[in-house]
Design a protein around this ligand. Structure first.
Ligand code: ARG
Length: 246
């Protein structure tokens, strides 16, 4: 009976379909977003990387993590061939939910303004009339467009957050808007660069990160389950402490 059932149902697991048992799950990321994912001595490391590892172990899934860049990540996940899911500090929002499925949330975030220490900018409204850098296609871009207008020519879009910050250091943009933990990490690790962060809870909303799947992915329920277990077991707190120190 069990055999018969197994033979007639749709295969529940892409990872163990008959013939190619234990196919690896391919996870994509944009490793230019410390402390979540970044390159260190040729390896992708970060909070997301450790969390992913704990979750995949918990779910009993074999995986490979690939650094494919932010914009390509979205197309790759949508097609679901080259990449089965993404972890990349990706904010869950209604817009993206039309095209993708998301895991349960695993991290709360908001936006911050990164400026030089001597900048006259004090809050988000001061960004009006200033040249502002964002990573293309991020919720940071959306937040700045909401403040300055969608077609505003003063909004400069960069392929990743690292190059946006480089442009700020080189006297290009006057501010960068990015996720708070990323802005804080940069300031903390680069005291010589003389940058500071500005919060503005009135103008920047809180958001949540999730793993992103192609619509209808069979991995999602399994991974949601595993995320919950990693949180309940205290493993999440351990990883959080490693990367955020408290
Ligand atoms: N949380 C923001 C978003 O979802 C930015 C994420 C950027 N992540 C990255 N790895 N570059 O739009």
């Amino acid at each position: 009976l069990f055999m018969a059932l197994a033979g007639c149902g749709k295969s529940a697991e892409p990872t163990s379909s008959a013939g190619d048992a234990k196919k690896k799950v391919i996870v994509g990321t944009d490793a230019s977003f410390a402390p979540f994912e970044y390159m260190d001595k040729g390896k992708i490391v970060g909070f997301d990387v450790d969390l992913l590892d704990a979750v995949m172990k918990e779910a009993g899934l074999d995986y490979d993590l690939k650094n494919i860049g932010w914009d390509p990540l979205f197309a790759a996940v949508q097609q679901g061939k080259e990449v089965n899911l993404a972890i990349s500090g990706i904010t869950i929002n209604d817009d993206r939910k039309q095209t993708y499925d998301f895991s349960v949330p695993y991290f709360e975030s908001t936006h911050m303004i990164l400026v030089k220490e001597d900048s006259p900018i004090k809050n988000a409204l001061d960004l009006k009339g200033k040249v502002v850098g964002v990573q293309n296609g991020t919720t940071g871009q959306a937040a700045v467009e909401k403040l300055l207008g969608k077609e505003n020519k003063n909004i400069k879009k960069f392929e990743n957050t690292v190059v946006a910050i480089m442009d700020l250091l080189n006297g290009g943009v006057e501010a960068v808007v990015t996720d708070n933990a990323v802005a804080n990490e940069y300031v903390k690790n680069n005291p010589d660069k003389k940058l500071k962060t500005i919060e503005d809870p009135t103008n920047f909303e809180s958001e949540f990160y999730g793993l992103m799947f192609p619509k209808g992915s069979e991995l999602k329920p399994k991974i949601d389950e595993a995320i919950k277990k990693v949180i309940d077991s205290g493993k999440y707190a351990e990883i959080y402490k490693k990367w955020f120190g408290h």
